[in-house]
Design a protein around this ligand. Structure first.
Ligand code: ATP
Ligand code: MG
Length: 571
């Protein structure tokens, strides 16, 4: 491709509203341009990268035995009503009416459509197992689209759906996808980690997310420094506290704590470590408010709270509403004498002589003890784990915290959709069996941003070889020098003929501009034709990573020498 004939609108300055490096560099390198909130046009260079990701995903899905299909982006509401998700999905689902006033949506995901296809077209167990995938544009009306294409509203996803006769079949399909995902992310040159993920209201099923490790990641992932345990924050299990030889129970006291609102203020006022305080939080459920208790220094995990209450989700009411239910401000809320249902974090099971709100404005209770002062509540894992605490899996390791970008997700759906939508086949005995499903997503466009997050420096992108828009950027230093032009032209043609993807920078620009742009665009190799080296009969080959810089003589041996380097460089 010739630079001067291609739309590569590079920017010298950082765009002001881009918060993460991948967003900044994608704009500066002219890979994308915004059209509106969370929607982007892919320009020629960006599209080349996107197509590389797509090709890797497609190859590995095909190798794993999945069949490619392309489903409609627009879906009739009836299918979503059948699965029960029309009412459940919320505002992320873009809904509209067609000219006949029929309700439709733009697909954020395709479980309903594929289930409908399979129930119509697959009749016999002999056609199983089956796994269908597509690479297609999705729309989700995200509440906070941000970081460019990392969290867009319109984005490219690979979604796959497996159908099996029984759980053992699903296990095998899931394993095949898990392995394919590992190969995909390896081939994309990404440092990634597969972590256990929450399965929400579909209890008992299993799910893993694939995260690219990056400081800008929106997700927190937890791993053990000793064993192979890794989970996202919602799923990461907190080790249960062990019974301890504590101080004997002391008489409960009521203490005035005027004006002390936050847990830290109260702890300071009472001269107690914050770990000796119990924090009371009110959450809202369809059945009414519930009081959740945590140690003073801990934070509530909303997903764990919902799971503990066996609900799809719980919400935190605003302060007025909470105070109305509790009959007291949140700063003085507590479990003693409360009429609300109480669930305590299991870390509190063995806590003695703790302090908590007295359910009276400006008062706290000291030396509170289970059973003696209040009924023993039910206990559950409610809190976010923190770095450094013991691993619940192996017991010896310590937990570590990283930021991650979720690039893929595999999920055993079981019969959630197949039951609701009647996806059945005849088994070998001739009786009807409801199928078990798995679903498997990859954020194809998000991978492009994630790859940049992991591969850049102060000057620009440093593409992994497998994703680079071009393997080599050929820089013609002086397009007015006919000798240089002829040599660059010949190299351009012969490299292309040898199957190398080359970007020829033939612009009438200063050398400095071309070098800066080459750094910004981040192709793994660059070849300079011109200047003093050229007068000496040489061209200069450099790597973007900075580990290669060599002069090669112009002549018959040049092409083989270049090809040797191009084919040997690491991914
Ligand atoms: P997230 O927690 O990031 O919102 P999700 O759980 O909603 O992700 P899935 O429904 O599992 O995501 O979708 C499959 C994959 O699609 C995700 O792993 C992610 O890589 C990608 N993806 C999801 N939402 C977006 C988005 N708004 N923009 C770009 N990629 C996305
Ligand atoms: Mg989402």
């Amino acid at each position: 491709m010739r630079f001067h004939k291609t739309l590569i609108p590079t920017l010298r300055e950082d765009p002001v509203d881009a918060q993460v490096v991948s967003h900044r560099l994608m704009l500066r390198a002219g890979l994308i341009r915004p059209l509106g909130s969370g929607i982007y046009t892919w320009l020629p260079l960006g599209l080349r990268v996107l197509r590389k990701v797509e090709a890797i995903v497609r190859q590995e899905m095909d190798n794993a035995g999945a069949q490619e299909v392309l489903m409609p982006a627009v879906q009739p509401a009836e299918l979503w009503q059948e699965s029960g998700r029309w009412d459940f999905y919320g505002k992320e689902l873009l809904r509209f009416l067609d000219r006949h006033e029929r309700a439709c949506c733009f697909g954020p995901t395709h479980e309903e459509v594929i289930s409908d296809l399979v129930r119509r077209e697959i009749r016999s167990y002999r056609q199983l197992p089956a796994n269908f995938y597509q690479i297609q544009t999705k729309f989700r009306d995200e509440i906070r689209p941000r970081f460019g294409i990392m969290r867009g509203r319109e984005f490219l996803m690979k979604d796959a759906y497996s159908f099996d006769l029984d759980q053992a079949g699903l296990d095998a399909s899931y394993q095949a996808m898990f392995a394919a995902y590992q190969r995909i992310f390896q081939r994309c040159g990404l440092a990634f980690r597969a972590v256990e993920a929450d399965t929400g209201s579909i209890g008992g099923a299993s799910s893993h997310e694939f995260h690219v490790l990056a400081d800008s990641g929106e997700d927190v992932i937890i791993s053990c420094d000793q064993c192979d345990y890794a989970a996202n924050l919602e799923k990461a299990v907190a080790a249960e506290a062990l019974p301890q030889e504590g101080d004997p129970a002391v008489v409960m006291e009521k203490i005035a704590t005027p004006g002390q609102k936050s847990i830290e203020e109260v702890a300071r006022f009472l001269k107690l470590p914050v770990q000796q305080l119990v924090k009371s939080l009110l959450v809202e459920t369809p059945a009414g408010p519930v009081l959740l208790l945590l140690r003073g220094d801990r934070s509530l995990n909303m997903v764990k709270a919902a799971n503990a209450l066996n609900l799809p989700q719980v919400t935190i009411p605003d302060a007025d509403r909470a105070a109305y239910w509790a009959g007291v401000g949140m700063g003085s809320l507590g479990p003693v004498g409360s009429r609300l249902p109480v669930v305590a974090d299991h870390e509190l099971r063995h806590l003695r002589n703790f302090a908590c709100g007295a359910n009276e404005e400006g008062w706290h209770l000291l030396n509170v003890n289970w059973q003696r002062d209040l009924p023993v509540p039910s206990f559950a894992d409610l809190r976010n784990v923190t770095a450094g605490e013991p691993c619940a899996r192996c017991g010896t390791g310590r937990l570590q915290r990283h930021q991650g970008i979720e690039v893929g997700h595999v999920f055993k759906l079981g019969d959630k959709y197949s039951k609701a939508m009647g996806v059945k086949v005849l088994d070998s005995q001739g009786s009807e069996q409801t199928l078990v499903m798995g679903c498997y997503g990859i954020g194809v466009s998000r991978i492009v941003a994630a790859a940049i997050e992991q591969n850049h420096d102060a000057n620009g992108i440093r593409w992994p070889r497998s994703l680079a828009p071009f393997s080599l950027q050929l820089i013609l230093l002086n397009p007015r020098d006919s000798g240089e032009v002829a040599a660059a032209e010949e190299l351009y043609q012969s490299l292309r003929a040898a199957g190398v993807e080359v970007l020829l920078d033939d612009r009438d620009e200063r050398a400095g501009v071309k070098f800066k742009d080459a750094d910004l665009l981040g192709c793994p190799l660059r070849l300079l034709v011109g200047g003093r080296s050229f007068k000496e009969g040489m061209v200069e080959l450099q790597s973007r990573a900075g580990d290669l810089s060599q002069k090669l003589p112009v002549g018959e041996s040049l092409l083989p020498a270049l090809l040797a380097v191009i084919h040997s460089s690491t991914p």
